[in-house]
Write a protein of this length. Sequence first.
Length: 296
Amino acid sequence: MALRDFALLMAMCLVWAVNNIVSKYVVSTLDVPPLFYAACRFLIVAACLIPFLRPAPKPTWRLILTAFLMGGGNFGLMFVGLKYSTPSAAAVVLQLGMPMTLILSMMFLGERVRWRRGLGIALTFAGVLTVMYDPHGFALSTGLMLIAGATLMSSVGVILTKQMEDMRPITFQAWVGLVSLAPMAALSAIFEPGQVEIALHAGWPFLAAVAFSAFIVSVGAHTLYVTMLQKYEANLISALILVTPLETIALGVLVLDDPFGPRLLVGSALALAGVLIIALRGSQVMAMLLAMRNRA
C-alpha cells in the first residue's frame, strides 16, 4: 500500500473514531434526542445526494428495505444505545457486525465456514459478552443491547444487498438518506417531544456535529472507504480499519473519562482478535460487508 493511501486510511479511521465521540457528546452532554439527531443527519445526506438516486437497482422494495435497515434502523438504535452506554464499550459491541453477517451468509447465501473463522466468531462473541455483561447487576447493559441490535439490522441489510445487482455505493447512500429521513422524523415527533427546542438550545455545537457527521463522515469518509476497497484487497483494508475501535476506546477514555478496566481490556482484545481472524480468512460477503459497514 502506498504511504499516501495508508495515511488517508488512518485519517479515515480517526474520523470514524472522532464521530463516535461526537455522537455520544450530542446525545448525552447536549441531551439532543437521538432519533432527532439521526433525522437531521439523514436530511443533509439526502439533500446532498439527490442527484445520485438514479439509476436505482431493482427490485425497489428490496432497495427501500435494505436502505432503511442500513440507515434509520441501524443508526436509530445506535444513537439511542450510545445515550445509555460508553463509546468505548459500544466500539467493541459494534464488532458483532462481521460475525453476525457471516452467520447470516451461512444461512441464506450458502457460505461455508471452516474452523478458523468459526474460532473467530466464537472469540468475537465472547469478547462482546465480556464487555456487555454487568457483574454488579447480573444483567446485560440495555444500551449495549441496543448497539447489538443496530449491528443485527446492518447485517441483515448486508445480506439483502448481496442479492442486488449493479448498485453503486453512492447511489445506495443517497437512498439511505431518502428512505431513513421520514421514519426517523416521525419516530422523533412521537417519542421525543420538544426536540427542536432542545436542538436550538444546544446551538452551534449541535449544528457543527450534524455537519461533521453528514459531510465528513457519511459523504467523505465512506466515499474514501469504497475507493480504498477498489484499489486494495478487502482483507488488508478490514485488518487496518481495526484501528477505529482502538482509537474510539482511547478517545473515550481520554476525552469522556470512560471507565477502562480489566473487563473492557479483555473483552476488546478477544473481540478484535476474533474479527481479525474472520477478516484475514476472507469470505464471499466480505467485500460487501466492508463496503457497507457503518460507524456512528
